[in-house]
Design a protein around this ligand. Structure first.
Ligand code: ADP
Ligand code: MG
Length: 660
């Protein structure tokens, strides 16, 4: 072969500055491209051997070597794969790759700035020019009688081709690094890039620092003839050369072949997280598309960690990127895991991925599998599921909020802790008669309307507690009367129950302090109640100087409870929401005149005292009214500093009366 010179392409002069600029943010990928080309070359050769087209030498060790040399400022990638003939270099390097880069550029030139190209695929070999001024190829094809080829190009514009000197099968790519990119001749930098992109590539990859001093010989390397064991020991001491990657990562295996210990080890190695994951889901399918992966549910420390996961996306064991939300459902990004999808169209922009039906299918499939695993766990390993629940519930609830299909699948497997510290599902809570109630109400429509003609709410109430300490008075009352409630203390719970109510018209969540349930009171005749309520309302309104105060007198079964405050569910939710949006200053009392009700227990001695007309001591009555009101408030929410001061002063005053 004579020396051949040529210009790679007329437009290539324009291409490279743009490509360089484009990919600047993620220059590191050039190494992934070169190493994966080496792996591809080996995979091709193995295939040829597999079909008998080529006879592999005995005990052939296929490998890719990455060598840095800080003295010469070079980086070299060598493989012992298929190699290339001169014709192949012309076809695959001089023509194909270039036309590839060109059409790639045509397609995306307008989107370059705002639209990241997933994985920057399609540039392959030529990405080397992002970091190198000069690139050479030395290659020898596997074919019998093949001639070695030497190829060199400066800046990717002109090339030179001539017979080469390589004597071993395979390809060696040498990068003469650009001044700005000398970092890629640094051991730690290159190892870092290799670890990120090449950890799971399917061929063994070895790293070598050409500048490293040869290992100091160990003390006993000289063979002691009288003590031959020493020689063996010396052999042991020699560090075994280890590849930087795992060629058969766990996610490529069948779930039946993997042990729990292996899953945990893979998690530690991949995410450098030494807290054990709670459990994992191993995805493995070939049809209708190829997808493999492991999703881990990490143990969440709610107090210190913002929940933030990492899902690493691979294409045939080549790392693409973290957290590609077009492929991985957003709420799953809270998990940690790896997904390998060889069928993924990577040569496209992110916005194209978003509208890709196939990508959507992948995303839906992942969601479905996660829901199946979780519901399966709930059905067959309830005890474990409950044990994990506190850690996984924020994730599940967030998933339900973000994804209707996930919510549908998980609806019956969301568990709630109740007042007895037991976990119950919605179907448990609603019981088998949920549907019956509906039928009954249909039979007697006239009873479904209240005095004002409005439809009566037939939804089943689910009482809930948001703060077990602050709401203890209500909880005790519930427990004494055999009522139950669920505990929902997380921030996400409020939007979550809103969404559950919107999707399930049979249920309604009511906070435990929102109303006095009939079950905690005994009957009281209507006239009696009306008379007592009118009387006490008037008294309280006057003494407290609150003309809008609503009072309700009932017969609570527990006579020790004197007064309680209830705040209607709707107005409290509205208030919480406004507080969340920082809309203070809005006058709630005018928006919800009946939001707050002071409940007084007619069975209680103190309330009886106020009801008794014989008691005419105005000073005492005054103190009783104020104290009962404050006690009700304290058992509901903290008092303002001002009101607290008054409460303490009044309590002292009352005790003084006792001492007299
Ligand atoms: P792609 O890998 O997507 O085909 P590249 O630009 O990375 O695109 O490579 C272009 C072509 O050059 C490859 O398809 C292959 O035929 C050839 N090639 C590149 N690197 C090597 C190598 N190390 N050994 C053999 N052939 C190679
Ligand atoms: Mg390639």
């Amino acid at each position: 072969m004579a020396v051949e010179k040529g210009s790679l392409s007329i437009t290539s002069e324009n291409i490279f500055p743009i490509i360089k600029k484009w990919l600047y943010s993620d220059q590191d990928i050039f190494l992934r491209e070169l190493v994966s080309n080496g792996c591809d070359a080996i995979t091709k050769l193995k295939k040829l051997a597999g079909i008998g087209e080529w006879q592999a030498p005995e005990r052939e060790q296929y490998r890719v070597d990455v060598i840095t040399d800080a003295d010469t400022k070079t980086l070299t990638v060598i493989d012992n794969g298929i190699g290339m003939t001169a014709d192949e270099v012309k076809e695959y390097i001089n023509q194909i790759a270039f036309s590839g880069a060109q059409s790639f550029l045509e397609k995306y030139k307008d989107k370059a700035s705002e639209d990241q190209i997933i994985g920057h695929f399609g540039l392959g070999f030529y990405s080397a020019f992002m970091v190198a001024d000069r690139v050479t190829i030395d290659t020898l094809s596997y074919q019998e009688g093949a001639e070695a080829v030497h190829w060199a190009s400066d800046a990717g514009v002109d090339y030179e081709m001539e017979p080469g000197t390589r004597t071993e099968r395979g390809t060696k790519i040498t990068l003469y690094l650009n001044e700005d990119c000398y970092q890629y001749s640094n051991e730690y930098r290159v190892k870092e890039v290799l670890e990120k992109y090449c950890s799971f590539m399917p061929v063994e990859i070895y790293y070598k620092n050409a500048n490293a001093k040869p290992e100091e010989p160990a003390e006993s390397t000289t063979v002691d003839e009288e003590n031959p064991e020493n020689a063996e020991k010396a052999e042991e001491k020699k560090p075994a050369e280890k590849p930087i990657n795992t060629t058969h990562p766990l996610f490529t295996k069948h779930p039946n072949e993997c042990t729990d210990e292996e899953y945990k080890e893979f998690y530690r190695d991949t995410f450098h997280d030494y807290k054990e994951p709670l459990f994992w889901i191993h995805l493995n399918m070939d049809y209708p598309f190829n997808l493999k992966g492991i999703l881990y549910f990490p143990k969440i420390n709610m107090e210190y960690d913002a929940i933030e996961g990492t899902i690493k996306l691979y294409n045939n064991q080549v790392f693409i990127a973290d957290n590609i939300k077009e492929v991985i459902p957003e709420f799953l990004l809270l998990l940690k895991g790896v997904i390998d999808c060889p069928d993924l169209p990577l040569n496209v922009s992110r916005s194209a991925l978003q509208n890709d039906g196939f990508v959507k299918k992948i995303s839906d499939y992942i969601t479905k599998k996660v829901a199946e695993k979780l519901s399966g766990l709930c059905k067959t390993e309830r005890e474990n599921y409950e044990k994990y629940w506190d850690d996984i519930s924020p994730f599940i609830k967030y998933g339900c909020l973000r994804d209707d299909k996930f919510e549908e699948r998980m609806h019956d497997y969301i568990i709630f802790k109740d007042l007895n510290e037991k976990y119950i599902t919605l179907p448990d809570y609603l019981g088998p008669d949920a549907e019956e109630t509906e039928e009954k109400t249909e039979e007697k429509p006239e009873e479904n309307a209240d005095a004002a003609g409005e439809a009566v709410d037939n939804r089943k109430k689910i009482y809930y507690v948001t703060d077990p300490v602050q709401q203890s008075q209500y909880i005790n009352l519930f427990k004494e009367n055999g009522l139950n409630a669920v505990i929902l203390t997380e921030k996400i719970d409020q939007p979550f129950i809103n969404s559950l109510e919107a999707k399930n018209d049979k249920i309604k969540f009511v906070r435990i302090d929102a109303e006095v349930d009939d079950a905690v009171a005994t009957e009281l005749s209507e006239e009696e109640q009306k008379a007592m309520t009118e009387k006490l309302e008037k008294l309280f309104r006057t003494v407290l100087d609150k003309e809008n105060l609503t009072v309700k007198v009932t017969n609570l079964k527990n006579a020790d409870v004197s007064s309680m405050l209830t705040i209607s569910e709707e107005s409290r939710r509205m208030q919480d929401m406004m507080r969340m949006y920082n809309m203070s200053g809005a006058d709630m009392s005018s928006m919800f005149p009946n939001a707050e009700t002071l409940v007084l227990n007619a069975q209680n001695t103190l309330v009886k005292y106020l009801l008794n007309d014989d008691n005419t001591d105005e000073v005492r009555k005054d103190l009783f009214v104020k104290q009962l009101y404050d006690l009700a408030r304290i058992a509901n929410a903290p008092l303002s500093p001002e009101d607290m001061t008054k409460f303490v002063a009044r309590s002292n005053e009352m005790m003084k009366l006792l001492a007299e």
